[in-house]
Design a protein around this ligand. Sequence first.
Ligand SMILES: CC(C)(COP(=O)(O)OP(=O)(O)OC[C@H]1O[C@@H](n2cnc3c(N)ncnc32)[C@H](O)[C@@H]1OP(=O)(O)O)[C@@H](O)C(=O)NCCC(=O)NCCS
Length: 150
Amino acid sequence: MRECLIRGVEESDLPKVIRVEFWSFPYPFENEVLALLYIAWRRYFFVAECLGHVVGYIAGRSEGSWGHVVSIAVMPRWRGKGLGKALMLALEEAFAADGLINSYLEVAVWNRGAITLYKRLGYVIAGILRNYYPDGSDAYVMVKRLITYR
Ligand SMILES: CC(C)(COP(=O)(O)OP(=O)(O)OC[C@H]1O[C@@H](n2cnc3c(N)ncnc32)[C@H](O)[C@@H]1OP(=O)(O)O)[C@@H](O)C(=O)NCCC(=O)NCCS
């Protein structure tokens, strides 16, 4: 999308990120969690900006040689335009640039849209976490190898 760009987060984006989170999840992260992700893992935190507004974000962190996609969300009216995929690719690129070998994430088993997105990007279901979410929903753990050696 010509009117959109993916860029690294800035501190002034945080109120907008909190808004995206609020409109995207039944149980949004506390503001403090997003602020902590910004403080600790800024290099794995990106936003989608369209027409000068932050309409999506992705936040990750690293655990050993693994990248963890902690959260991704796009404002409802901006979904289906490729922004989720672009945010995922930006984060994976940052993981790979730091030498991380694999990426993983959790996703509610009922979240078909997100699962489709991850499968299209090459993630496979590796396991299930029972009662993972506050409403008792189960989560799939999905994984992807980022770096392959010959
Ligand atoms: C999941 C989410 C981030 C996807 O963002 P998006 O910008 O709509 O995704 P994209 O437009 O980049 O879609 C990328 C691919 O995923 C598929 N996809 C995305 N949402 C889909 C849906 N609801 N149903 C079916 N396929 C979907 C698309 O077909 C697309 O594939 P294609 O490029 O081959 O056509 C967005 O729906 C969202 O914010 N949901 C609420 C928060 C959430 O559930 N986050 C994930 C938590 S694990």
